[in-house]
Design a protein around this ligand. Sequence first.
Ligand code: SAM
Ligand code: SF4
Length: 454
Amino acid sequence: MTDVLEWLKVESLDLEAQGVAHNAEGKVVFIEGALPGEEVQAQVGRRKNNWEQAVMSAMRRESAQRVRPACPHFGLHAGSCGGCKMQHLHPAAQVAVKQRVLEDNLWHLGKVKPERVARPIEGPAYGYRYRARLSVRYVPKKGQVLVGFHERKSRYIADMQVCPVLPPKVSAMLMPLRDLVASMDERDRLPQIELAVGEANGSLVTALVLRHLQPLGAADLQRLRDFAQAHDVQWWLQPKGPDTVHLLDPGGPELAYSLPEFGVLMPFKPTDFTQVNHHINTVLVGRALRLLDVQPQERVIDWFCGLGNFTLPLATQAREVLGIEGSEALVQRSRENAQRNGLSHKAQFVARNLFEMTPELLAADGVADRWLVDPPREGAFALVKALADLVQNPELAPGWTPPQRIVYVSCSPSTLARDAGLLVHLAGYRCTLAGAVNMFPHTAHVESIAVFER
Ligand SMILES: C[S@@+](CC[C@H](N)C(=O)[O-])C[C@H]1O[C@@H](n2cnc3c(N)ncnc32)[C@H](O)[C@@H]1O
Ligand code: SF4
């Protein structure tokens, strides 16, 4: 890094939280640390033909949206934690950036312009993260154990002593967790602790899944039990793959979350897919169901249904819901959860790989009035393509009709945009609404919701 640039006016922010400006030659400059509206100087690191990468070195005009980060480990310097990118930007402005990314993707990748932009779904900016995968490393040279996320742009674990995006109780447990691991005989064979927090009937249940590469001796098991007692957590052990996860001591409170608007309780295992942010999930499920507007006589399909997060609330409204999901374990959990909630008569579940959808398979799933689609990052290309094929070639499935309305929940604006393009340009849908959901404040993840109607 050598050159000092002229004063640059920052025009926008990209998802990596780099301010975007143009220099005097008209080249795009990505500036780490700078926010839209600011006037900054920046030192150039990388130089390419039509863009440059730089780090802010001075500022003469500050954005009104700049806020003080709540976390001491957030920053641009080497050794900062890589878990958050935007703590220096007001959360409402973060959602505005994500909303713009969503609309840009829809337009540039799908040639889709939503008729309406939804009010963003926002929640608490800190203490929201109910799931996390914490790396653990024993550093013999320092005689120290680190427990946390990775440093920015590095494979090292950050020296993370608190983490304000985790629930306060878990943040306060980070240093005791280090001490616990340091005290264990197998301390250099414990690569990961996964966190899952449940919340039902107003109380939190904290589960910690310890990955261990060697069997644990009696003394280590006792240390875990003492820690559980002192910190009110439950230990789960993972000696090998995900299906070996088991409770250290069965009994104790059940790990679950509730969706009070629908009177639904969702027990889960700590390694099951559940949404990271419970508060936002509660609002998101309510919003998705209002947008879907299911009528009592209707049949609904919930694609990529997981453990039934949308399926069971839908079953309280529809005549019948079919939930389809790739993981056998989650389908099993959905069935148990339907039973627990007295909804088995209305909710059916099937395990299937939805990336291998065909028009024939889709027709065999029967006519549904409405769809809820909530795929992983890869999106729902095969499903949407099969739908477009059936719409364009009705002779393939006489009597089959497409859903009138689809609510699509997405964790990747680019695959949502691709699928929206197919729905609008090949399957005859209008995109009536799209909006961002701040499921992961301070990070680059963009969750969104979109509605398609025929
Ligand atoms: C974003 S999650 C949504 C889960 C659920 N709707 C929820 O809100 O908890 C995506 C789901 O897709 C499932 N999945 C991933 N790949 C799949 C595939 N090829 N076929 C079917 N389901 C798949 C995952 O197991 C996961 O449950
Ligand atoms: S992930 Fe936690 S420790 Fe890392 S920057 Fe964010 S709040 Fe701080």
